[in-house]
Design a protein around this ligand. Structure first.
Ligand SMILES: Nc1ncnc2c1ncn2[C@@H]1O[C@H](COP(=O)(O)OP(=O)(O)OP(=O)(O)O)[C@@H](O)[C@H]1O
Length: 277
């Protein structure tokens, strides 16, 4: 099967300090992959490279392609990378909404990559685009909030608006960088449920960086673990036992709590109809 994301030989340095080392990664269409690792291990940096928000070191024969199209090669961004980004939905830890705009307007911003610039700059959205935006809000359980100012929503609700924006974008791939890091457990579960639902029902490929190993274990079959800028492990979530995590996090993590919570603290995933505002 052709990989939907392929990374080969990626190195990245900041000011002479190398933070990614000869990375290679292949993600198949429809996978939901967790990127885990200690703080500073390189998760966000790797994710940013996948969507062309950052570019690898110039030396070497590195390459990144998404959906068969080059994002960067040999440390040079593809000139068409903006067009490619229309197929990649990016979810940020801090949501990246425009707080003074309505929820619906924020979701409609997802259409910008696929419409003529002049129409986008005038904010002229078609009835079909508005319909799609409303359907996306419905999907994340926030249709009733469409006309509220985005800044008045809770963090968890704002993150769900950001996911609705990615749905409106009709992104084939969702890259989520610590999407639940600043959320309470209840909101975090709702956000992860929605990402999993989009993965399962729509077949979208999801790559999500997570600090919380219990959520990685609960929601993703495949885990890629980074350690000091290297891919330390790439395989089944079943490998996440105490010994593995102690090795990965160097004792920074309370693994007994994490692994206990995997089964005990997280309730079964509810059906999407139960996800309420
Ligand atoms: N723009 C930058 N300039 C300089 N150094 C950077 C920059 N971005 C990241 N780094 C460094 O690269 C390394 C990897 O950072 P990165 O944010 O990718 O790690 P992470 O695993 O996502 O960490 P966290 O879980 O804390 O978000 C760190 O040492 C970080 O300080």
């Amino acid at each position: 099967m052709n990989s939907v994301i392929r990374v080969e030989g990626l190195n990245k340095s900041f000011g002479g300090k190398q933070v990614l080392f000869n990375m290679g990664l292949a993600v198949q269409p429809g996978e939901m992959v967790a990127l885990i690792g200690a703080s500073g291990s390189g998760k966000s940096t790797l994710l940013r490279h996948l969507s062309g928000l950052a570019c690898g070191d110039k030396h070497g024969s590195s390459s990144i392609s998404v959906m068969g199209r080059s994002v960067q090669s040999g440390g040079q961004l593809n000139g068409q990378v903006r067009r490619l980004r229309a197929d990649i939905g990016y979810i940020f830890q801090q949501f990246n909404l425009v707080g003074r705009l309505s929820v619906l307007r924020n979701v409609l911003l997802g259409c910008l990559g696929r419409m003529p610039r002049w129409r986008g700059s005038l904010g002229m959205f078609t009835p079909e685009e508005k319909q799609l935006a409303m359907a996306s809000l419905e999907r994340v359980g926030l249709a009733d909030y469409a006309h509220r100012r985005a800044s008045t929503l809770s963090g968890g609700q704002q993150q769900r608006v950001a996911i609705a924006r990615a749905l409106t974008q009709r992104a084939e791939i969702i890259l989520a960088d610590e999407p639940i890091a600043s959320l309470d457990p209840e909101s975090a579960r709702k956000v992860m449920d929605i990402l999993a639902d989009i993965n399962e029902k729509d077949g979208k490929t999801v790559v999500v960086t997570l600090h919380q190993v219990d959520y990685a274990a609960r929601y993703c079959k495949r885990v890629v673990a980074l350690k000091s800028g290297h891919i330390h492990f790439d395989g089944s979530v079943d490998a996440l036992d105490g010994v593995f995590l102690n090795d990965l996090y160097g004792g920074d993590l309370d693994t007994s709590l994490v692994l206990a919570s995997h089964t005990a603290r997280l309730p079964a995933r509810p059906s999407m109809s139960l996800i309420a505002a």
